[in-house]
Design a binder for this molecule. Sequence first.
Ligand SMILES: *[C@@H]1O[C@H](CO)[C@@H](O)[C@H](O)[C@H]1NC(C)=O
Ligand SMILES: *[C@@H]1O[C@H](CO)[C@@H](O)[C@H](O)[C@H]1NC(C)=O
Ligand SMILES: *[C@@H]1O[C@H](CO)[C@@H](O)[C@H](O)[C@H]1NC(C)=O
Ligand SMILES: *[C@@H]1O[C@H](CO)[C@@H](O)[C@H](O)[C@H]1NC(C)=O
Length: 233
Amino acid sequence: MFALSSVLSLLVALPAVFAAPSVPVGCDPSGDAISIPSNQTQLWVNSTVGTPSFIALGVGVQNYTCGNTSTYTNVGAVAELFDISCLYHTPIFTHLSELAYDKWNCTPEVTASDIINDLSGIHNPIVLGQHYYVTNPVTGTGISPKWDFTSASESGNPNAFVVAAKIGDLPAPTGKTDVDWVQLKAIQGDLASYVFRVATKGGQPPASCTPGSPLLSVKYTAQYWLYGGSVKK
Ligand SMILES: *[C@@H]1O[C@H](CO)[C@@H](O)[C@H](O)[C@H]1NC(C)=O
Ligand SMILES: *[C@@H]1O[C@H](CO)[C@@H](O)[C@H](O)[C@H]1NC(C)=O
Ligand SMILES: *[C@@H]1O[C@H](CO)[C@@H](O)[C@H](O)[C@H]1NC(C)=O
Ligand SMILES: *[C@@H]1O[C@H](CO)[C@@H](O)[C@H](O)[C@H]1NC(C)=O
């Protein structure tokens, strides 16, 4: 585990890009490579997927209801998304989910915006937008995940969102308490043509529940990689 102080000292040692620019300007992630295990076929990247347009850290909750069979069913998620593209080439990049999760999951409670403010102090991140669920816009039934930048980094562009459908699902290589790594394909919106959720931390429900239990929100963090789309940084 990294202490925040060790991150701060790491960053102090890093060059000018971290010298707190007065206007945050993300970095171009189009040449960056997502890290996915090679011994599996659920998640894949090739020329069909294109190149990364945005890399976000999500800080939020996965929501569950207790079903008839005494197991939890995922009923959506809510997360704040912020730009980590400029951290890609730094040593903390692979630890960001864990670092943010440790803060997010601490007692007394911190909020997602506290986390963002903390990390802002380090790096002035751009809040890209929000991740949440909407009614599936194609079928009109069920829920679909949405990544929406229209109220934050892309305000003024009503099409700066993507609603997507899952096409691949890999149990988190980091363990059973972390939500699955997934690949999704866009069904609506201009923001991306493919979305990946990787480097997850937390978010899994208990193995069983008592039917009738209230909605359960489980904290999580993850990297979201958005590929393609016509909205670029
Ligand atoms: C795939 O590789 C990961 C390490 O990247 C390892 O933990 C896992 O057990 C491997 N899975 C299979 C099915 O070989
Ligand atoms: C990329 O990989 C997917 C999944 O294996 C495959 O369906 C698709 O045809 C590939 N695209 C290219 C351009 O090779
Ligand atoms: C729960 O299970 C009972 C009997 O197994 C069934 O009649 C009922 O429709 C189920 N309810 C839901 C919400 O699935
Ligand atoms: C998930 O739970 C949070 C509270 O923890 C709530 O604000 C949010 O609206 C819920 N979203 C869904 C899709 O259930």
